[in-house]
Design a protein around this ligand. Structure first.
Ligand code: PLP
Ligand code: TYF
Length: 394
């Protein structure tokens, strides 16, 4: 049997992680995989997470199964965090999933059941796992223009032109905030125009929000998601807790499906639970319980929000430092986009050859499309990166 297997393409981001580890140089800089790192290069367990885990360890009286949708308290807490009061709770179906990726996978499977012919539209570029999972599931996909490689901002006219080709019932995947891999995001007003087109076409929005709190703040980063939630009968939302709670390996995420009314919500909830059962039965609980504990305890929540703000402001300061350094070295403002971008990532707009040169000459590891993880920098490595960018002729 196993002789029938064929080799699979490696995940380029994860392969880069391995290449970085194998590099014997001590002066190397890891700007690859999207994991937050502090100035010493560590990915700490957040204070509130440690405390929540301590409480769970002390107080948890059973490890019996929860429910197919996970603990309903987790669904409710995440609903409030992501959607606020934009949509009545009775319209929202939710399941806990293994990470944001699990939520994306379940969302796509739900689409495959409910609208097997629908085309799922992805931004060009997007997180590589989006097309990879879609392809694996055998679903129809298409791309819409997103990034302008000259301005390093959103090519908004191109995006609108492509979205005008969307057919009734198609699904359009949008990043809720902090676009991965570019760092370029739509404004609220631009999103209003996108919403108008999608409504006119009868499309269904699907929002992937994996970095809430990493851009402009917890509520600011959810604005576009809430704006869309208010505007459509049906919306799918895959939210990840990996980054904003720093619980990457616990695999904590939620899929929310906004239904037209309470009856449709009940049917949707039942189908989501069914999908969990088909794939893994009960979703993982520990990370979800940590998140619920934090979000529902005012003290823990305040501490978590404070640490998240430190994280966010640290990344913003690194962006500003890099943009300033490049302004000084190039005597131009063409790298100002780095300070405008939001989230963990910026796409620099370097060629694959330039990316390679920066790796070989300076030991700087970024993804081949010239995406940098800003959190991989610190005050000392920013000038090294700026010098490498200039030397490579970016
Ligand atoms: N969506 C995007 C755009 C991401 O960058 C990530 C990355 O981690 C995820 C979803 C899912 O993350 P996880 O499955 O680790 O929660
Ligand atoms: O884009 C990133 O770097 C993060 C982490 O298969 C990640 O989203 C990368 C690849 C992958 C899973 C997560």
């Amino acid at each position: 049997m196993l002789e029938n297997l064929t080799a699979r393409p490696a995940d380029k981001i994860l392969a880069l992680m391995a290449a970085y580890k194998a590099d014997p140089r001590t002066e190397k800089v890891d700007l690859g995989v999207g994991v937050y790192k502090d100035a010493s290069g560590n990915t700490p367990v957040m204070r509130a997470v440690k405390e929540a885990e301590r409480r769970i360890l002390a107080d948890q009286s059973t490890k019996a199964y929860t429910g197919l949708a996970g603990d309903p308290a987790f669904g409710a807490a995440m609903r409030d965090l992501v959607l606020g009061d934009s949509v009545p709770a009775e319209r929202i179906a939710a399941i806990a999933t293994p990470g944001g990726t699990g939520a994306i996978r379940q969302a796509l499977e739900l689409i495959r059941i409910a609208a097997p012919q629908a085309t799922v539209w992805l931004s060009n570029p997007t997180w590589p796992n989006h097309p990879s999972i879609l392809k694996y599931l055998g679903m129809n996909m298409a791309e819409y223009t997103y990034f302008d490689s000259v301005t390093r901002d959103v090519n908004f006219d191109g995006m609108l032109a492509d979205l005008r080709q969307v057919a009734k019932g198609d699904v359009v995947l949008l990043h809720g905030c902090c676009h991965n891999p570019t760092g370029a995001n739509l404004t609220y007003d631009q999103m209003s125009q996108v919403i108008e087109i999608l409504q006119e076409k009868g499309a269904v929005p699907f929002i992937d929000i994996a970095y809430q709190g990493f851009g402009d703040g917890l509520d600011a980063d959810a604005l576009i998601t809430r704006q869309i939630a208010r505007a459509f009968d049906n919306v799918l939302i895959a939210a990840s807790c990996s980054k904003n709670f720093g619980v990457y390996r616990e695999r904590t995420g939620v899929l929310m499906a906004i239904a037209k009314d309470a009856d449709q919500q009940a049917l949707t909830q039942q189908n989501l639970a069914f999908l969990n059962r088909q794939n893994y039965s009960f979703p993982p609980d520990h990370g979800a319980r940590v998140v619920t504990t934090i979000l529902t305890d005012p003290g823990l929540r305040a501490d978590w929000e404070a640490e998240l703000e430190e994280t966010r402001n640290g990344m913003l300061a690194l962006r500003q430092q890099l943009a300033d350094e490049l302004k000084r070295l190039t005597n131009s403002d063409r790298f100002d986009f780095i300070a405008q971008h939001r989230g963990m990532f910026s796409r620099l707009g370097a060629t694959p050859e330039q990316v390679e040169e920066m790796r070989e000459t300076h030991g700087i590891y970024m993804v081949g499309d010239s995406r940098i993880n800003v959190a991989g920098l610190n005050a000392d490595s920013v000038p090294i990166l700026a010098r490498a960018i200039v030397d490579a002729g970016v």
